[in-house]
Design a protein around this ligand. Structure first.
Ligand SMILES: Nc1nc2c(c(=O)[nH]1)N[C@@H](CN(C=O)c1ccc(C(=O)N[C@@H](CCC(=O)O)C(=O)O)cc1)CN2
Length: 289
C-alpha cells in the first residue's frame, strides 16, 4: 500500500491570502482600492456557498466587494443590465458571473459582455484568446489553482502525462491549454462523455484531474499506483457532497487533492490573485501617467 500525501489546498490558499493582504495594503497606500464584484443568479446551492466564500476571502485580505443577486427567473436583459452596471462602476475593479447560470440564459453572451479589463475570472473570450496565443491576461481560476497547488506540492508537471476528465469552460478545457504551454509542457489527454474507455486513459496517467461533475466516477482500478489525483467536480446530494473521485482511490494514489479542502480554496485564492494583479497593473499605469 502506498503512503498517501494530501494536497492541502486550504493550507496553500491561506498562505497565498496572507501574501495578498500585504500587496493589497500597499495598493491602498498608493490610492488604488481593489474591488471584486459578483453576480449570482438563481438558487444553485453550491454557487451560494462559493460566492459567500469569495466575499469572506475579500474581507480577509482587504479587497472591497460588491454583490448582485438576481432571482432564478431573471431574464437575459436583467443579467446583461447587471453586467453593464459593474462594467461602469469605478468601485468594481474586477468581477465574475458565478456559473452555472440557469439554463434559459445565454452564458456565452453574458461572458462576452464583461469589460475584458474587468474580467476577474479569465473566462471572457479575449482572456481565453490570450491564453491560446500565450500572451498575458487573467487566467481561469480553477486551472490556475490546480497548477499552483501541484507546483507548491512539488508534483512534476513538465514531461508528466495528465488525464483531464471533463472539458467544461471553467476547468477542463482551459486546464488542457495551460498544461501544454511552454511553461508547463505536460502531455495531456482530454477525456469527455464520448471517450471510449476513460479508465484506460486514466490508468496510463501520472496525474488524473477529475472535473466531470459525475459523482464517484473515478474508481481505484482507474489509477496507476502512486499517481497524483485531483478531485475537482462536486455533486450535492441529500446524503451530502460527493466528489468525482471515489474515496477508495486514497488506497492507490500517491497524492490526492480531496473534494473538500483541495482545489476549491485554491480557486478562490486565484480569483483574489487575479483581482490584485489587475489592480497592480492599474497602479503601475497611474504611476506612469
Ligand atoms: N464564474 C465562475 N463560476 C464557477 C467557477 C469559476 O471559477 N468561476 N468554478 C466552479 C466552482 N467554484 C468557483 O466558483 C468553487 C468551487 C469550490 C469552492 C470551495 O471553496 N470549496 C470548498 C467547499 C465548499 C463546500 O462545498 O462546502 C472546499 O473545497 O473546501 C470555491 C469555488 C463553478 N463555478
Amino acid at each position: 500500500m502506498t503512503t498517501l500525501v494530501k494536497l492541502d489546498g486550504a493550507r496553500a490558499a491561506a498562505d497565498i491570502k496572507a501574501e495578498l493582504a500585504v500587496r493589497v495594503a500597499s495598493l491602498r497606500s498608493r490610492g488604488v482600492t481593489p474591488g471584486l464584484g459578483t453576480i449570482l443568479v438563481g438558487d444553485h446551492p453550491g454557487s451560494h456557498v462559493y460566492v459567500a466564500g469569495k466575499h469572506r476571502d475579500c474581507a480577509e485580505v482587504g479587497i472591497e466587494s460588491l454583490r448582485i443577486e438576481l432571482p432564478a427567473d431573471a431574464t437575459q436583459a436583467d443579467i446583461e443590465a447587471a453586467v453593464l452596471t459593474l462594467n461602469a462602476d469605478p468601485a468594481c475593479t474586477g468581477f465574475i458571473v458565478q456559473l452555472p447560470l440557469p439554463p434559459h440564459l445565454d452564458t456565452h453572451a453574458v461572458l462576452e459582455l464583461i469589460d475584458p479589463a474587468k474580467d476577474a475570472d479569465g473566462l471572457h473570450p479575449t482572456s481565453l484568446g490570450r491564453l491560446v496565443l500565450g500572451t498575458p491576461g487573467p487566467l481561469p481560476c480553477t486551472p490556475r489553482g490546480i497548477i499552483e497547488l501541484l507546483r507548491l506540492s512539488d508534483v512534476r508537471i513538465t514531461g508528466a502525462t495528465f488525464c483531464v476528465i471533463g472539458c467544461g469552460i471553467t476547468v477542463g478545457r482551459p486546464l488542457g491549454l495551460m498544461l501544454t504551454r511552454s511553461s508547463e509542457h505536460a502531455t495531456v489527454t482530454m477525456c469527455h462523455e464520448r471517450t471510449e474507455d476513460i479508465a484506460a486513459h486514466a490508468r496510463a496517467a501520472d496525474v488524473v484531474v477529475a472535473a466531470a461533475g459525475s459523482a464517484h466516477l473515478v474508481r481505484p482500478d482507474w489509477i496507476k499506483p502512486g499517481a497524483t489525483v485531483l478531485s475537482v467536480g462536486i455533486t450535492r446530494t441529500i446524503e451530502g457532497v460527493l466528489g468525482d473521485v471515489h474515496p477508495d482511490v486514497a488506497e492507490v494514489a500517491g497524492r490526492l487533492a480531496p473534494t473538500i479542502g483541495g482545489v476549491g480554496p485554491m480557486t478562490r485564492a486565484m480569483l483574489l490573485t487575479n483581482v490584485v494583479e489587475s489592480a497592480e497593473r492599474e497602479a503601475a499605469r497611474l504611476d506612469v501617467t
